[in-house]
Design a protein around this ligand. Structure first.
Ligand SMILES: NC(=O)c1ccc[n+]([C@@H]2O[C@H](COP(=O)([O-])OP(=O)(O)OC[C@H]3O[C@@H](n4cnc5c(N)ncnc54)[C@H](OP(=O)(O)O)[C@@H]3O)[C@@H](O)[C@H]2O)c1
Length: 357
């Protein structure tokens, strides 16, 4: 597809960005090759990132600046977190590092799944972040809502995840065609079931770079994680500190916070680190990308240092035996859809059309 065609599909791109890519549309005009980014973009998704859900207003700006100050190179945001403008303030701050030196993820919200809305949502995120590209754009949930329903979540029965994925592929193609000047470097999924992944895998021409889903010591999903590794899809582990997120307090009210779990206290003692560092270090050791959220600089610093906590194969096997299979984030009931099909039946076995995942 020609760059100019792509850009016209993308509609709503600022003329400045568009002009960087292709100055004139006439057939006799030679396409202008955009100058390559000043710095090579960061090569792959860093193993630890700063989560941004529930970081409100100026706290989100402060947390992002603290993360930069403490050498983070990865931010995990989303339109639904309602703070992209506040994160954007930090990205534009004079203390922020060059854009190419950190990884920026955002997510497409459910009410923007209709293909015509995908570039609109994407461009809004870019403009709030004051950037021209994302390193990763995820479909936040495999669920489409009707747009413009004043915050009410009404399922859009006519928009499929494959329709939405095809529109996201256009954003990834734009990145390539513009030599990194505009678009999504990578696209991915979040909260998908095996069957839904299979649907995407069967039709994608640009396949998911990563899948972000809930996984931590109390919901290990090791078999599912292993499947992603075999398929070459990176796993981003959200809520890596399990039930510490206050939003989850009513799911298992009698379960002690994981930071007071005796097993993890013992592991932390043995490794001479904090409990949070042990849990996050375990996440990295099993080859998942962890994205702990904090608005406190001391914790932000502490969480990145989990990279120094190592685990042996034996230890990983022992911890695997302690899985509690508890999912804290499941809006199935409130949205009236079945999510995580095949993952929560107690045995974690799942089948796709081509056989077992
Ligand atoms: N794709 C999705 O659907 C999805 C869903 C959920 C989450 N996510 C992403 O994953 C990120 C992380 O998940 P999460 O926010 O659910 O939970 P989390 O990162 O597992 O836990 C966050 C909670 O832990 C506290 N905390 C962080 N570091 C700590 C430390 N070292 N010691 C003690 N307490 C600590 C934070 O408090 P303070 O802030 O007060 O320090 C906050 O209350 C999110 O922010 C978001 O970016 C994505």
């Amino acid at each position: 597809m020609k760059t100019s065609t792509l850009l016209s599909i993308l509609g709503g791109i600022s003329s400045t960005i568009a002009s960087k890519v292709h100055e004139k549309d006439g057939e006799d005009q030679k396409p202008i090759t955009p100058s390559p980014p000043k710095h090579e973009p960061i090569s792959a998704i860093p193993p630890v990132g700063l989560g941004l859900w529930n970081s409100k207003g100026k706290d989100a700006t402060k947390a992002t600046l603290s993360a930069f100050h403490n050498d983070y190179t990865h931010l995990d945001g989303a339109a639904a977190y309602g703070n992209e403008d506040y994160v954007g303030l930090a990205l534009s701050d004079k203390k922020a590092p060059p854009r190419s030196s950190y990884w920026l993820t955002s997510k497409l919200w459910n009410s923007m799944h209709q293909p015509k809305n995908v570039p609109i949502a994407f461009n809004k995120t870019l403009s709030e972040y004051n950037t021209t590209y994302l390193d990763l754009y995820l479909m936040h949930w495999p669920v489409a809502f009707l747009p413009d329903r004043g915050g009410r979540s009404i399922i859009d029965q006519d928009t499929s995840i494959t329709d939405t994925w095809a529109a996201m592929e256009v954003l990834a193609s734009a990145y390539k065609a513009s030599n990194g000047a505009y678009g999504a470097r990578h696209i991915g999924i979040s909260n998908f079931s095996p069957r839904q992944i299979d649907q995407i895998m069967k039709m994608c021409t640009i396949c998911p770079y990563a899948h972000e889903f809930e996984t931590h010591p109390y919901l290990q999903q090791q078999e599912f994680v292993n499947w992603h590794h075999r398929a070459g899809v990176k796993v981003i582990a959200y809520s890596p500190l399990a039930n510490i997120n206050p939003t989850y307090k009513d799911v298992m009210p009698d379960l002690k916070p994981i930071l007071e779990d005796q097993l993890w206290e013992a592991i932390a003692k043995k490794k001479n680190c904090t409990v949070a560092q042990a849990i996050l270090g375990w996440g990295v050791a099993r080859d998942t990308v962890v994205i702990p959220k904090s608005v406190h600089e001391k914790r932000i610093q502490e969480n990145l240092a989990s990279l120094n906590v190592k685990f042996s194969e034996e230890e990983l096997k022992e911890i695997n035996k302690q899985d509690k299979k508890i999912r804290f984030n499941n809006p199935s009931k409130s949205w009236g859809v079945e999510l995580f099909e095949g993952l929560d039946d107690g045995t974690n076995r799942f089948l796709t059309a081509d056989g077992e995942l």
